[in-house]
Design a protein around this ligand. Sequence first.
Ligand SMILES: [Zn+2]
Ligand SMILES: [Zn+2]
Ligand SMILES: [Zn+2]
Length: 359
Amino acid sequence: MFRCDCGERLLLPARKCGGCGARVVFDAAQQRLRPIREGEEPRLCANANEIAQCNWLSEPGARPAAAATANGNGGSRPLCRACLLTRLVPASRAKRAIAARQKFERAKKRLLVALMRLRLFPQYAFANGIHLEINLMEDSRDNPAVAEDWVPTGHSAGVITINAREADRAALELARQEFGEKYRTLLGHLRHESGHYFWHALVQPNAARLDAFRELFGDERRDYGEALRRYYALPPRRRNRPNPEFIAPYAASHPHEDWAESWAHFLHLEDALSVARDLNLIPPPQPADDFSVRLRQWLETAEIINEMCESLGLRRAYPFSPSGKAAEKMRFISELAQHLSPAPQTIIPALLKNEPPAN
Ligand SMILES: [Zn+2]
Ligand SMILES: [Zn+2]
Ligand SMILES: [Zn+2]
Protein backbone atom coordinates (compact mmCIF):
# COMPACT_ATOMS: atom_id res chain seq x y z
CA MET A 1 0.00 0.00 0.00
CA PHE A 2 1.17 3.52 -0.73
CA ARG A 3 1.15 6.13 2.02
CA CYS A 4 1.89 9.83 2.01
CA ASP A 5 4.47 11.20 4.50
CA CYS A 6 1.46 12.57 6.44
CA GLY A 7 0.12 9.03 6.88
CA GLU A 8 -2.77 9.34 4.44
CA ARG A 9 -3.43 6.34 2.21
CA LEU A 10 -2.65 6.97 -1.48
CA LEU A 11 -4.60 4.99 -4.06
CA LEU A 12 -4.17 5.03 -7.82
CA PRO A 13 -4.48 7.32 -9.71
CA ALA A 14 -3.77 9.87 -6.92
CA ARG A 15 -2.20 13.13 -8.09
CA LYS A 16 -2.69 14.95 -4.82
CA CYS A 17 -2.76 13.78 -1.19
CA GLY A 18 -6.25 14.06 0.34
CA GLY A 19 -4.66 14.58 3.79
CA CYS A 20 -1.95 17.24 3.43
CA GLY A 21 -2.57 18.39 -0.15
CA ALA A 22 0.95 17.48 -1.32
CA ARG A 23 1.42 16.82 -5.02
CA VAL A 24 1.77 13.09 -5.58
CA VAL A 25 4.04 11.39 -8.11
CA PHE A 26 4.54 7.76 -9.11
CA ASP A 27 8.12 6.64 -8.66
CA ALA A 28 8.39 3.63 -10.99
CA ALA A 29 11.89 2.69 -9.82
CA GLN A 30 10.50 2.24 -6.30
CA GLN A 31 7.08 1.18 -7.61
CA ARG A 32 5.22 3.56 -5.36
CA LEU A 33 3.11 6.68 -5.19
CA ARG A 34 4.72 9.30 -3.01
CA PRO A 35 4.44 13.02 -2.22
CA ILE A 36 6.87 15.56 -3.62
CA ARG A 37 8.98 16.70 -0.69
CA GLU A 38 9.82 20.25 0.23
CA GLY A 39 12.68 21.59 -1.87
CA GLU A 40 12.62 18.56 -4.16
CA GLU A 41 12.67 19.20 -7.89
CA PRO A 42 11.14 16.01 -9.22
CA ARG A 43 12.23 14.67 -12.59
CA LEU A 44 8.73 14.71 -14.01
CA CYS A 45 7.86 12.95 -17.24
CA ALA A 46 7.68 15.20 -20.32
CA ASN A 47 3.99 14.28 -20.51
CA ALA A 48 3.30 16.06 -17.20
CA ASN A 49 1.02 18.49 -19.03
CA GLU A 50 -2.70 19.20 -19.19
CA ILE A 51 -3.33 16.77 -22.02
CA ALA A 52 -1.58 13.60 -20.87
CA GLN A 53 -1.65 14.51 -17.15
CA CYS A 54 1.25 12.17 -16.41
CA ASN A 55 2.49 12.22 -12.81
CA TRP A 56 5.17 9.54 -13.16
CA LEU A 57 8.85 10.35 -12.71
CA SER A 58 10.90 10.15 -15.89
CA GLU A 59 13.37 7.37 -16.51
CA PRO A 60 16.93 8.59 -16.00
CA GLY A 61 18.52 8.88 -19.45
CA ALA A 62 15.28 8.13 -21.33
CA ARG A 63 14.89 9.59 -24.78
CA PRO A 64 13.21 13.00 -24.75
CA ALA A 65 9.58 13.43 -25.64
CA ALA A 66 10.43 15.35 -28.80
CA ALA A 67 11.69 12.11 -30.34
CA ALA A 68 8.46 10.32 -29.62
CA THR A 69 6.62 11.62 -32.65
CA ALA A 70 3.00 11.35 -31.66
CA ASN A 71 3.43 12.15 -27.99
CA GLY A 72 4.13 15.53 -29.51
CA ASN A 73 4.78 17.55 -26.41
CA GLY A 74 7.92 18.96 -27.91
CA GLY A 75 9.71 19.21 -24.60
CA SER A 76 13.29 18.19 -24.14
CA ARG A 77 12.60 16.37 -20.87
CA PRO A 78 12.63 12.58 -20.89
CA LEU A 79 9.55 10.39 -20.70
CA CYS A 80 8.50 8.02 -17.95
CA ARG A 81 8.38 4.23 -18.12
CA ALA A 82 4.67 4.25 -19.05
CA CYS A 83 4.88 6.99 -21.71
CA LEU A 84 7.91 5.30 -23.32
CA LEU A 85 5.59 2.46 -24.35
CA THR A 86 3.31 4.73 -26.35
CA ARG A 87 4.21 5.89 -29.83
CA LEU A 88 0.83 6.87 -31.25
CA VAL A 89 -1.85 9.03 -29.65
CA PRO A 90 -4.48 11.24 -31.33
CA ALA A 91 -2.92 14.45 -32.59
CA SER A 92 -6.33 16.17 -32.44
CA ARG A 93 -6.89 18.72 -29.68
CA ALA A 94 -10.67 18.24 -29.81
CA LYS A 95 -12.25 17.80 -26.38
CA ARG A 96 -13.28 14.24 -27.29
CA ALA A 97 -9.71 13.24 -28.25
CA ILE A 98 -8.20 14.76 -25.10
CA ALA A 99 -10.75 13.03 -22.87
CA ALA A 100 -9.99 9.70 -24.61
CA ARG A 101 -6.26 10.25 -24.11
CA GLN A 102 -6.68 10.94 -20.40
CA LYS A 103 -8.81 7.85 -19.83
CA PHE A 104 -6.37 5.78 -21.87
CA GLU A 105 -3.33 6.94 -19.89
CA ARG A 106 -5.11 6.27 -16.62
CA ALA A 107 -6.16 2.76 -17.64
CA LYS A 108 -2.73 2.00 -19.14
CA LYS A 109 -1.03 2.97 -15.89
CA ARG A 110 -3.36 0.83 -13.83
CA LEU A 111 -2.50 -2.09 -16.11
CA LEU A 112 1.23 -1.37 -15.80
CA VAL A 113 1.21 -1.04 -12.01
CA ALA A 114 -0.51 -4.43 -11.73
CA LEU A 115 2.06 -5.91 -14.14
CA MET A 116 4.83 -4.37 -12.00
CA ARG A 117 3.44 -6.09 -8.90
CA LEU A 118 3.54 -9.37 -10.81
CA ARG A 119 7.14 -8.62 -11.92
CA LEU A 120 6.05 -8.80 -15.56
CA PHE A 121 6.78 -5.15 -16.29
CA PRO A 122 9.33 -3.92 -17.15
CA GLN A 123 11.02 -7.34 -16.91
CA TYR A 124 9.12 -8.90 -19.80
CA ALA A 125 8.37 -5.84 -21.90
CA PHE A 126 11.01 -7.17 -24.32
CA ALA A 127 10.77 -10.90 -24.92
CA ASN A 128 10.74 -13.47 -27.71
CA GLY A 129 11.86 -10.80 -30.21
CA ILE A 130 8.94 -8.42 -29.62
CA HIS A 131 8.49 -5.45 -27.34
CA LEU A 132 5.40 -4.07 -25.75
CA GLU A 133 3.91 -0.96 -27.28
CA ILE A 134 0.51 0.48 -26.34
CA ASN A 135 -1.09 2.99 -28.70
CA LEU A 136 -4.33 4.96 -28.86
CA MET A 137 -5.71 5.79 -32.30
CA GLU A 138 -8.73 7.54 -33.72
CA ASP A 139 -10.24 6.61 -37.06
CA SER A 140 -12.11 8.72 -39.60
CA ARG A 141 -15.49 7.88 -38.04
CA ASP A 142 -14.52 10.19 -35.18
CA ASN A 143 -11.99 12.44 -36.86
CA PRO A 144 -12.30 13.04 -40.63
CA ALA A 145 -8.70 14.30 -40.70
CA VAL A 146 -7.42 10.78 -39.95
CA ALA A 147 -6.55 8.57 -42.94
CA GLU A 148 -7.68 5.26 -41.42
CA ASP A 149 -11.39 4.48 -41.96
CA TRP A 150 -11.47 1.86 -39.26
CA VAL A 151 -8.89 1.10 -36.57
CA PRO A 152 -9.50 -2.23 -34.86
CA THR A 153 -8.64 -2.61 -31.19
CA GLY A 154 -6.18 -5.47 -31.05
CA HIS A 155 -2.66 -6.83 -30.74
CA SER A 156 -0.09 -7.57 -33.41
CA ALA A 157 3.60 -8.41 -32.89
CA GLY A 158 3.84 -6.67 -29.53
CA VAL A 159 1.82 -3.62 -30.53
CA ILE A 160 -1.47 -3.07 -28.72
CA THR A 161 -3.82 -0.65 -30.44
CA ILE A 162 -6.83 0.79 -28.70
CA ASN A 163 -9.45 2.59 -30.75
CA ALA A 164 -10.23 5.91 -29.04
CA ARG A 165 -13.95 5.00 -29.21
CA GLU A 166 -13.34 2.50 -26.43
CA ALA A 167 -12.72 5.46 -24.12
CA ASP A 168 -16.12 6.96 -24.92
CA ARG A 169 -18.78 5.88 -22.45
CA ALA A 170 -21.70 6.10 -24.90
CA ALA A 171 -19.82 4.25 -27.67
CA LEU A 172 -18.75 1.55 -25.18
CA GLU A 173 -22.32 1.04 -24.03
CA LEU A 174 -23.63 0.84 -27.61
CA ALA A 175 -20.98 -1.74 -28.51
CA ARG A 176 -21.70 -3.68 -25.32
CA GLN A 177 -25.38 -3.90 -26.23
CA GLU A 178 -24.71 -4.66 -29.88
CA PHE A 179 -22.55 -7.67 -28.95
CA GLY A 180 -24.73 -8.68 -25.99
CA GLU A 181 -21.76 -8.43 -23.61
CA LYS A 182 -22.11 -8.28 -19.83
CA TYR A 183 -18.98 -6.20 -19.36
CA ARG A 184 -17.00 -3.89 -21.63
CA THR A 185 -14.44 -1.36 -20.41
CA LEU A 186 -11.31 0.36 -21.68
CA LEU A 187 -9.28 -1.22 -18.88
CA GLY A 188 -10.73 -4.63 -19.75
CA HIS A 189 -9.59 -4.16 -23.36
CA LEU A 190 -6.08 -3.23 -22.25
CA ARG A 191 -5.88 -6.25 -19.97
CA HIS A 192 -7.19 -8.56 -22.71
CA GLU A 193 -4.76 -7.26 -25.35
CA SER A 194 -1.85 -7.45 -22.91
CA GLY A 195 -2.74 -11.14 -22.63
CA HIS A 196 -2.00 -11.62 -26.33
CA TYR A 197 1.35 -9.88 -25.85
CA PHE A 198 2.31 -12.03 -22.87
CA TRP A 199 1.25 -15.22 -24.68
CA HIS A 200 3.82 -14.42 -27.37
CA ALA A 201 6.38 -13.31 -24.80
CA LEU A 202 6.02 -16.15 -22.28
CA VAL A 203 4.15 -19.15 -23.70
CA GLN A 204 5.10 -19.40 -27.36
CA PRO A 205 8.90 -19.66 -26.89
CA ASN A 206 8.72 -22.38 -24.21
CA ALA A 207 7.86 -25.91 -25.44
CA ALA A 208 6.70 -27.23 -22.06
CA ARG A 209 4.48 -24.21 -21.43
CA LEU A 210 3.09 -24.39 -24.96
CA ASP A 211 2.15 -28.07 -24.48
CA ALA A 212 0.48 -27.31 -21.15
CA PHE A 213 -1.33 -24.37 -22.74
CA ARG A 214 -2.66 -26.54 -25.60
CA GLU A 215 -3.78 -29.18 -23.15
CA LEU A 216 -5.98 -26.68 -21.33
CA PHE A 217 -6.96 -24.07 -23.92
CA GLY A 218 -6.82 -26.10 -27.15
CA ASP A 219 -4.66 -25.86 -30.25
CA GLU A 220 -4.07 -22.22 -31.17
CA ARG A 221 -2.90 -23.24 -34.68
CA ARG A 222 -6.58 -23.60 -35.61
CA ASP A 223 -7.54 -21.13 -38.35
CA TYR A 224 -8.08 -17.90 -36.43
CA GLY A 225 -9.97 -15.93 -39.12
CA GLU A 226 -12.32 -18.81 -39.77
CA ALA A 227 -12.95 -19.34 -36.03
CA LEU A 228 -13.88 -15.70 -35.54
CA ARG A 229 -16.09 -15.64 -38.62
CA ARG A 230 -17.92 -18.69 -37.28
CA TYR A 231 -18.25 -17.09 -33.84
CA TYR A 232 -19.76 -13.87 -35.15
CA ALA A 233 -22.06 -15.76 -37.53
CA LEU A 234 -23.86 -17.32 -34.55
CA PRO A 235 -27.10 -15.60 -33.50
CA PRO A 236 -26.39 -13.50 -30.33
CA ARG A 237 -28.53 -15.78 -28.12
CA ARG A 238 -26.44 -18.83 -29.02
CA ARG A 239 -23.16 -16.90 -29.03
CA ASN A 240 -23.73 -15.62 -25.51
CA ARG A 241 -25.08 -18.81 -23.98
CA PRO A 242 -23.13 -19.45 -20.74
CA ASN A 243 -20.58 -22.27 -20.90
CA PRO A 244 -18.69 -23.15 -17.69
CA GLU A 245 -15.58 -24.03 -19.71
CA PHE A 246 -15.12 -20.39 -20.62
CA ILE A 247 -14.87 -17.29 -18.46
CA ALA A 248 -16.90 -15.29 -21.03
CA PRO A 249 -18.64 -16.18 -24.31
CA TYR A 250 -15.98 -14.55 -26.51
CA ALA A 251 -13.38 -16.89 -25.00
CA ALA A 252 -15.08 -19.78 -26.83
CA SER A 253 -14.20 -18.27 -30.24
CA HIS A 254 -10.55 -19.46 -30.39
CA PRO A 255 -7.82 -20.65 -27.94
CA HIS A 256 -5.99 -17.30 -28.36
CA GLU A 257 -9.12 -15.43 -27.27
CA ASP A 258 -9.75 -17.89 -24.45
CA TRP A 259 -6.23 -17.20 -23.16
CA ALA A 260 -6.59 -13.39 -23.50
CA GLU A 261 -9.97 -13.39 -21.73
CA SER A 262 -8.64 -15.62 -18.94
CA TRP A 263 -5.58 -13.38 -18.62
CA ALA A 264 -7.80 -10.28 -18.38
CA HIS A 265 -9.85 -11.91 -15.61
CA PHE A 266 -6.68 -12.96 -13.80
CA LEU A 267 -5.60 -9.29 -13.84
CA HIS A 268 -9.08 -8.15 -12.72
CA LEU A 269 -8.71 -10.48 -9.75
CA GLU A 270 -5.13 -9.48 -8.90
CA ASP A 271 -5.75 -5.75 -9.14
CA ALA A 272 -9.12 -5.79 -7.35
CA LEU A 273 -7.69 -7.87 -4.51
CA SER A 274 -4.79 -5.48 -4.08
CA VAL A 275 -7.28 -2.60 -3.76
CA ALA A 276 -9.36 -4.67 -1.32
CA ARG A 277 -6.23 -5.25 0.79
CA ASP A 278 -5.35 -1.54 0.73
CA LEU A 279 -8.87 -0.78 1.99
CA ASN A 280 -8.57 -3.47 4.70
CA LEU A 281 -11.47 -5.45 3.24
CA ILE A 282 -9.42 -8.64 3.13
CA PRO A 283 -6.36 -9.76 5.15
CA PRO A 284 -2.81 -9.39 3.81
CA PRO A 285 -1.68 -12.28 1.58
CA GLN A 286 -0.10 -15.30 3.29
CA PRO A 287 2.85 -17.17 1.76
CA ALA A 288 0.82 -20.39 1.81
CA ASP A 289 -2.14 -18.88 -0.08
CA ASP A 290 -2.59 -20.58 -3.39
CA PHE A 291 -4.77 -19.45 -6.26
CA SER A 292 -7.94 -21.02 -4.86
CA VAL A 293 -7.68 -18.78 -1.76
CA ARG A 294 -7.36 -15.68 -3.91
CA LEU A 295 -10.21 -16.79 -6.19
CA ARG A 296 -12.50 -17.34 -3.19
CA GLN A 297 -11.55 -13.91 -1.76
CA TRP A 298 -12.25 -12.30 -5.13
CA LEU A 299 -15.63 -14.02 -5.61
CA GLU A 300 -16.70 -12.99 -2.11
CA THR A 301 -15.50 -9.42 -2.68
CA ALA A 302 -17.14 -9.27 -6.11
CA GLU A 303 -20.42 -10.42 -4.59
CA ILE A 304 -20.29 -7.50 -2.15
CA ILE A 305 -19.49 -5.06 -4.96
CA ASN A 306 -22.31 -6.49 -7.09
CA GLU A 307 -24.86 -6.22 -4.29
CA MET A 308 -23.75 -2.65 -3.55
CA CYS A 309 -24.21 -1.83 -7.23
CA GLU A 310 -27.74 -3.30 -7.11
CA SER A 311 -28.49 -1.17 -4.07
CA LEU A 312 -27.44 1.93 -6.00
CA GLY A 313 -29.46 1.05 -9.08
CA LEU A 314 -26.34 0.20 -11.08
CA ARG A 315 -25.50 -2.81 -13.19
CA ARG A 316 -23.57 -5.58 -11.40
CA ALA A 317 -19.92 -4.55 -11.72
CA TYR A 318 -18.46 -8.06 -12.08
CA PRO A 319 -21.16 -10.31 -13.58
CA PHE A 320 -18.96 -13.42 -13.70
CA SER A 321 -18.29 -16.31 -11.35
CA PRO A 322 -15.42 -18.38 -12.72
CA SER A 323 -15.42 -22.00 -11.58
CA GLY A 324 -14.45 -25.39 -13.03
CA LYS A 325 -12.39 -25.25 -16.18
CA ALA A 326 -12.65 -21.45 -16.51
CA ALA A 327 -11.07 -21.11 -13.04
CA GLU A 328 -8.41 -23.72 -13.93
CA LYS A 329 -7.34 -21.56 -16.85
CA MET A 330 -6.92 -18.56 -14.52
CA ARG A 331 -4.95 -20.74 -12.12
CA PHE A 332 -2.66 -21.80 -14.98
CA ILE A 333 -1.92 -18.15 -15.74
CA SER A 334 -1.43 -17.29 -12.08
CA GLU A 335 1.08 -20.12 -11.61
CA LEU A 336 2.89 -19.25 -14.79
CA ALA A 337 3.28 -15.63 -13.65
CA GLN A 338 4.40 -16.75 -10.19
CA HIS A 339 7.08 -19.16 -11.36
CA LEU A 340 8.80 -17.12 -14.03
CA SER A 341 12.54 -16.91 -13.65
CA PRO A 342 13.91 -13.37 -13.44
CA ALA A 343 14.03 -11.87 -16.90
CA PRO A 344 17.56 -11.47 -18.26
CA GLN A 345 16.98 -7.91 -19.44
CA THR A 346 14.64 -5.09 -18.69
CA ILE A 347 12.91 -2.78 -21.08
CA ILE A 348 14.52 0.33 -19.79
CA PRO A 349 18.10 0.08 -21.11
CA ALA A 350 16.71 -1.22 -24.39
CA LEU A 351 14.21 1.58 -24.76
CA LEU A 352 16.78 4.20 -23.91
CA LYS A 353 18.96 3.09 -26.79
CA ASN A 354 16.19 2.49 -29.32
CA GLU A 355 14.73 5.21 -31.40
CA PRO A 356 10.96 4.89 -31.55
CA PRO A 357 9.87 2.79 -34.54
CA ALA A 358 8.99 4.82 -37.64
CA ASN A 359 5.34 5.60 -38.33
ZN1 LIG B 1 -0.22 13.76 2.64
ZN1 LIG C 1 4.75 9.77 -18.46
ZN1 LIG D 1 -8.19 -10.85 -28.38
